[in-house]
Design a binder for this molecule. Structure first.
Ligand SMILES: Nc1ncnc2c1ncn2[C@@H]1O[C@H](COP(=O)(O)OP(=O)(O)OP(=O)(O)O)[C@@H](O)[C@H]1O
Ligand SMILES: [Mg+2]
Length: 324
């Protein structure tokens, strides 16, 4: 598997990748061409924990229905699906002659990676809104319907605009701010609302590339991720919900109990939610990410520092759009 140690610099992007892996959160990376977004995403499988036996069983059943178990071999590696942006609705959600599972279901308990996010057909992207909320895909036919599980972690990568250079210091686009607005406008607001972590991936500096910095290998990051997942699983058992394994899958009423911030954190969250006009979903998703950050820190209570980081991930994507 490709290793995180290959990536020079990009410390904040690597941190976001670790947080996404630890809590199973959806992630969007925005950056100019060649900044390393595809490279970062390809390294996500190397830090994800292996499938539990129950998860493995579900994944194998779906892959077997889709005829995608070569030689009947099972593997405890999390699915990592990378459909091309020309994917049709049937390919993504499921359908066809015998209502086969689509990419979203094949990525069940794993990652659905959509590279060049705005290049996908808007209808196909919006069809993902329902599985992202309910963790299942429903294929309706004239006289029956088929439901496949689709508990996915959505990871997406995109350029900020058509020419890919928006936001670069010293660059002025000939098409002006419309370049950004038109390109980012292809992603609907409700779909964006479902993405917990949004980051800008800036280009690496030449100094970073030349210096052979001793980057952290995936195995070390994977250990921290595994520890954070263990803490989450233990907490869900204590709350009487052993079937939930990650913060991202937690219900909204439960996360309010599990991620109760301290006084400083609460004040920050209230101010940010008011100023940034978070949706109710946005509010709960910030809490979930903050819970994951506290778990990575092995802290029982969610503090101001965790909420500050979680809020920064939520608003990163909005800065560019606002600038346009
Ligand atoms: N931080 C980095 N360390 C080492 N090499 C890098 C780094 N960032 C980019 N590269 C090099 O640049 C190449 C292009 O990166 P990548 O394909 O991930 O860019 P991208 O952001 O996905 O671009 P695009 O928007 O065009 O898809 C990589 O194959 C790698 O060789
Ligand atoms: Mg790419």
């Amino acid at each position: 598997m490709p290793d995180l140690a290959d990536i020079k610099g990009q410390e904040s992007a690597k941190r976001a990748l670790e947080v996404a892996a630890a809590g199973n959160h959806n992630l969007l990376m925005v950056g100019r061409p060649g900044s390393g977004k595809s490279m970062l995403a390809a390294r996500l499988p190397s830090i994800l924990p292996p499938l539990s036996p129950a998860e493995l069983l579900e994944v194998s059943m779906i892959h077997s229905i889709a005829g995608q178990l070569p030689g009947g071999k099972l593997s405890d590696r999390r699915p990592f699906r990378t459909p091309h942006h020309s994917a049709t609705m049937a390919a993504m959600i499921g359908g066809g002659l015998r209502a086969k599972p689509g990419e979203a279901s094949l990525a069940h308990n794993g990652v659905l990676f959509l590279d060049e996010f705005p290049e996908f057909t808007p209808q196909v992207l919006d069809a993902l809104r329902q599985p992202l909320e309910t963790s299942e895909c429903i294929i309706a036919r004239a006289n029956h319907r088929v439901t496949y599980p689709a508990a996915i972690q959505l990871v997406a990568a995109m350029n900020p605009c058509r020419c890919g250079m928006a936001g670069e210091p010293g660059h002025t686009c000939a098409r002006g701010p419309r370049c950004v607005a038109d390109y980012q406008g292809r992603i609907s607001g409700p779909l964006m609302d479902r993405i917990d972590i949004r980051i800008d991936v800036p280009s690496v500096t030449a100094a970073d590339l030349i210096r052979p910095a001793p980057a952290e290998p995936s195995a070390v990051v994977a250990r921290r991720v595994a520890r954070a997942r263990e803490i989450q699983a233990d907490r869900f058992i204590a709350f009487g919900m052993p079937e939930i394994l990650s913060n991202a899958r937690c219900s909204t009423s439960m996360i309010e109990k599990m991620a109760e911030p301290d006084a400083g954190g609460l004040q920050l969250l209230r101010d940010a939610a008011e100023k940034m006009k978070f949706s109710a979903r946005g509010y709960h998703r910030v809490l979930k990410v903050a819970r994951t950050l506290a778990d990575l820190d092995e802290k029982a209570t969610v503090g101001r520092i965790h909420l500050a980081e979680a809020i920064s991930y939520r608003i990163a994507g909005e800065r560019l759009t606002a600038a346009a």
